[in-house]
Design a protein around this ligand. Structure first.
Ligand code: NAI
Ligand code: 15L
Length: 265
């Protein structure tokens, strides 16, 4: 493809994908509300607030595909989530509609279903059970994707990401971890698939322990290779095992289920 847009390019995942996804397109258009450093020769940097509809429309113009990572990535006050995640998501889908409907890879989160327990095995049809306002904003994003597909044919891969870090950080992440390599190979499958539709894909590596069933998206040919189980001994040795009755041990969303509703400043 000619131009791939990555929002949230200054964030933890975005900074890594800036390098890993470069081979997918001639030009990477990288966007964030904050500084992204200097552009490489194949890069265009655009500072943009996702809550600004005109800026987002201009951002998406000329793009053939979008990896949407930008927004608030944890529990926060409603006003913050409203601006970056709800309005930001609406602005992105409207901008895509106005600009030829580039395919979107959307970063949703396990916190859309964080109130399921860790002994439950979920498929893509499991009812939503968000564990906070952040989780609700990801439910909103997933439903926006679904509605724009049904109404307008906008293709979006809804990636319900587990825990995307260099390596798993605690016992919960032995089930929820997705490696950067597996995220990148998923992007490759999403953008190369002849027909995508609007699938819900669990963003998780090939972990020994797993809560989620991705068999409905076998047609995409994505075969995650990494395994959080390879880190089990290290986690056991370095991270305190959570109390058996704690949220970290009981719920897929872990400690997020205990977070309060943060007041607006
Ligand atoms: P992050 O917080 O490191 O990066 C998000 C980026 O979005 C930041 O650079 C931030 O400046 C930008 N941003 C925030 N508000 C904005 C606004 N109004 N306009 C434009 N940009 C704005 O998050 P991370 O870890 O890189 O995650 C990327 C995406 O994946 C997020 O949408 C997050 O919710 C989702 N996700 C991440 C997981 C993980 O384990 N890293 C797990 C599940 C979901
Ligand atoms: C998320 O949705 C967050 O963006 C990320 O920072 C982690 O907290 C992840 O979920 C998780 O719960 O492991």
């Amino acid at each position: 493809m000619h131009r791939l847009l990555i929002t949230g390019a200054a964030g933890g995942v975005g900074r890594v994908m800036r390098r890993r996804l470069a081979s997918l397109a001639d030009i990477l258009r990288l966007s964030d509300i904050t500084d992204m450093g200097d552009p490489a020769p194949n890069e265009e940097l655009v500072r943009c607030d996702l809550g600004d509809p005109a800026a987002v429309k201009a951002l998406v113009e000329g793009c053939d595909a979008i990896v949407h990572l930008g927004g608030i990535s944890g529990e926060a006050s409603f006003s913050k989530i409203l601006h970056a995640n709800l309005l930001g998501c609406y602005n992105l889908f409207e901008a895509a509609r106005a600009n030829g409907q580039p395919r979107i890879m959307l970063a949703s989160s396990l916190h859309a279903v964080g109130f399921y327990r860790q002994d439950e095995y979920l498929d893509a049809d499991a009812p939503l059970r968000p564990d906070g306002l952040y989780g609700v904003s990801k439910c909103f994003a997933e439903l926006m994707a679904r509605m724009y597909f049904d109404k307008f044919g906008q293709e979006t891969a809804i990636i319900r990401l587990g825990s995307c870090f260099e390596h798993p950080r605690d016992h919960r992440m032995l089930s929820s971890w997705i490696s950067y390599d597996d995220f990148a190979s998923l992007a490759d499958c999403v953008f190369k698939a002849p027909r995508l539709g609007c699938p819900l894909i669990w963003g998780v590596s090939n972990n020994d322990a797993c809560w989620w069933d991705n068999s409905h998206v076998n047609y995409l040919g994505w075969r995650p290779k990494d395994n959080a189980g390879d880190y089990r001994a290290r986690i056991d040795a370095t991270v305190l095992r959570p109390e058996p009755q704690s949220s970290a041990a009981l719920y897929q969303g872990g400690p997020f289920v205990d977070k309060p509703i943060y007041p607006d400043e």
